[in-house]
Every structure is written in C-alpha cells, then in structure tokens.
Design a protein around this ligand. Structure first.
Ligand SMILES: [Zn+2]
Length: 133
C-alpha cells in the first residue's frame, strides 16, 4: 500500500498488481465481491482514455470485461474504485481491474480494504470526487 500522489488527502493505493511482483492470494467472500461491484457501479473515479491491461493473464494486452448480474458488461482497466474506511479517515484507491484480480487471479487485498468495502454504506453521500476536488 502506498500513498496516492496527487492529493494531500489521506488516499492510499491498493491492488495495482503487475507481473513483476508477488501478491497476496486467498479466498474472498461473495459479500465482499458483490459490494465491490456495487461500489464500482456507483462511482468510477479518474476515467482515463488509455487503458491498463491485466499483466497477470497469459494473453498479452487482453481487454478485460466485468459481467454484471444485470447482463451488462463493463470494460475494466480504465478507471479507479475509491472507498473510504469506516471512520472516513482514509480513502483507498484501487484500479477497477481489482474486480478481475480478485475473481480470476485470487488476489487477496489488505484486510483494511476488505473491511472498508464491506462497511461502506452505498446510500451514503460520500463520493470519491469530494475527497480531491
Ligand atoms: Zn488477468
């Protein structure tokens, strides 16, 4: 986990995986995964024109999509997912590809990120944009 660069707010990067570094693996719960998808649907931060590819997949430059329960699919690798901890003292910034990393590569994020995702109230008036802009 490292500090996010472009802000003085307490924003921390997590889940920026690449093929050169080992990462924590382990099972995650369906509750966590569904909630992470819901947060992704609620607000996508820092949409970019370029694209990040999954470096863990065998196929190079494979475009990764997330299939949602409503039948829609979303391209990943073009935005971030932000979520605050329960006390709003810290914000986590993860690539949207984290949804793919967790599902396909068994990435186990830090426990405090998992807790933040599970604790987050989807009806809250908190938005990532309010942290930096
Ligand atoms: Zn992959």
């Amino acid at each position: 986990m490292s500090k996010y660069n472009n802000t003085s707010a307490e924003v921390y990067n997590i889940g920026w995986l690449d093929s050169n570094h080992l990462y924590e693996k382990g099972p995650t719960t369906l509750i966590f995964k569904d909630k992470l998808k819901a947060i992704f649907k609620r607000e996508r931060m820092n949409l970019v024109r370029g694209r990040h590819y999954c470096q863990l997949c065998d196929e190079p430059k494979k475009i990764v999509y997330l299939e949602m329960q409503d039948g829609k699919s979303h391209m990943l690798g073009i935005s971030e997912i932000w979520v605050p901890n329960k006390f709003f003292t810290k914000t986590f910034s993860a690539p949207d590809l984290i949804l793919h990393y967790v599902d396909y590569h068994h990435y186990l994020p830090p426990q405090e990120f998992i807790d933040a995702v599970i604790d987050f109230d989807l009806d809250s008036d908190w938005f990532g944009k309010s942290v930096v802009w």
